[in-house]
Design a binder for this molecule. Structure first.
Ligand SMILES: Cc1cc2nc3c(=O)[nH]c(=O)nc-3n(C[C@H](O)[C@H](O)[C@H](O)COP(=O)(O)OP(=O)(O)OC[C@H]3O[C@@H](n4cnc5c(N)ncnc54)[C@H](O)[C@@H]3O)c2cc1C
Length: 387
């Protein structure tokens, strides 16, 4: 749903010129230093990028799902670190509160997250809880009007720079699976330690680390929604929205890579003509363009369905699966279209994009987990006679 087309067009145009004018010239530096300059993060704050999906009542833009995916496709026509810096606040780091927080909790944290004064993150994964996300070992033991958290979270995007952590922990001893899991909003403080940022394959400038809880005391009123035992339901609400968001964020880099490849192949000459004039190269251009269009179309349709209040568990999963795989194929073809230069970081950004986008098929559900989910939901529909 687009509430005000003129306003959205202005936001898209502004985002587009910011990405091209301010971020693209910085991409190399961020890749080399593995850091986004503080002054640039301030600029992101001033431009309101942290608050895109936070409701207007709490100082954000309150973008609908359709508006959010359109903006995300624009913002992500860039190296991934840019959108990763703001993306936890517009996605997994705030959505638990937006979906299930109490009024008091929303008023306490969301306005500062929308302004980018607080960076949020989602701490779900653990050393033994990856694809099996419910195998959570982090415990939260009630002690008076507090809970005491112990355990380790792994691979947490923005943890090194985060101020607030949506944490899923086991509150009921002896439970397994999704029973007995509770979502907490934990502020950085005593008992919570983040590790050194990992050395990664790509996405330089986007810090990811462990989060360790050692007798970390969290006030009982920081349980999201003040409801114990429903943490996994909260996470699923976060992920259903986030999968659409992430699918859009996989589409932007594919658009940018194809733009770069088209520009390169149009200029580069071999055998006395541009390499873009060779039909085998044109086939790669056509395949990229077609798959980008397919991803964009399915994401927009699913986003509109979500805005109508429909259940998008199946379609969001399909979008994330298709868009992330599509982006990997586009990256591979674009390296090919650049020839040897596509392999050399000194010559063009394609090498970096190729590494950056590899992660898309791994996090927020690997492709295999989405395949299983899509098949499970399809078979369930068949059983109940919906198909
Ligand atoms: C850089 C980075 C950032 C991340 N950010 C976050 C974050 O902010 N917050 C957070 O909570 N998590 C985050 N994650 C964690 C991410 O979501 C997990 O890595 C992902 O869910 C996969 O879990 P795993 O790494 O333990 O792989 P595993 O579960 O060990 O999977 C290994 C392989 O086995 C396959 N596999 C597993 N189970 C099955 C099955 N039943 N059937 C078929 N194949 C299967 C997988 O598809 C994969 O190919 C991040 C990860 C990375 C690398």
């Amino acid at each position: 749903m687009i509430r005000d087309p003129a306003r959205l067009d202005a936001l898209l145009a502004d985002t587009r010129s910011f990405v091209r004018g301010r971020w693209h010239p910085l991409e190399d530096q961020v890749d080399r230093t593995d850091e986004i300059p503080c002054a640039f993060v301030d600029e992101l704050r001033r431009k309101g990028f942290f608050g895109w999906s936070i409701p207007e009542a709490y100082g954000g833009l309150g973008l609908t799902a359709e508006e959010l995916v359109l903006c995300a496709m624009e913002l992500s026509q860039s190296s991934v670190a840019l959108r990763a810096r703001v993306g936890t606040n517009t996605g997994i780091g705030s959505e638990g509160l937006v979906a299930d927080g109490t009024e008091v909790q929303k008023a306490r944290w969301l306005p500062r997250m929308a302004r980018g004064e607080l960076t949020g993150c989602l701490a779900l994964t653990e050393p033994d809880a990856g694809s099996e996300a419910t195998n959570i070992q982090t415990t939260a033991r009630r002690d008076g009007d507090h809970y005491v958290l112990n355990g380790t979270k792994r691979f947490i995007t923005n943890a090194p720079v985060a101020d607030v952590f949506t944490v899923i922990a086991r509150t009921e001893e002896g439970t397994r699976g999704h029973a007995g899991l509770t979502a907490f909003l934990v502020e950085r403080g005593p008992g919570l330690r983040t590790g050194e940022p990992y050395r990664k394959m790509g996405q330089a400038g986007s810090p990811v680390s462990d989060v360790v809880f050692e007798d970390c005391r969290v006030p009982a009123n920081h349980v999201i929604g003040e409801k114990e035992g429903v943490g996994f339901q909260t996470v699923m609400k976060v992920l259903n929205k986030q999968r659409l968001h992430l699918a859009a964020l996989c589409t932007g880099p594919a658009i940018r890579m194809l733009d770069l490849a088209v520009a390169h192949t149009s200029k580069r000459e071999q055998f006395g003509q541009s390499v873009a004039s060779f039909q085998l190269v044109q086939a790669m251009i056509a395949d990229c363009r077609t798959e980008i269009f397919a991803a964009r179309s399915m994401i927009l349709e699913a986003a509109r369905a979500r805005d109508r209040g429909e259940d998008v568990a199946l379609t969001a999963s399909m979008c994330k699966y298709f868009a992330s795989e599509m982006c990997g194929r586009v990256a591979d073809r674009c390296v090919q279209m650049f020839g040897g230069s596509g392999y050399i970081a000194d010559f063009c950004p394609i090498e970096r994009y190729y590494r950056d986008v590899r992660l898309f098929r791994l996090y927020e559900g690997t492709s295999q987990i989405h395949q299983l989910n899509i098949a499970k939901l399809t078979l369930r529909e068949h059983e109940v006679g919906l198909r």
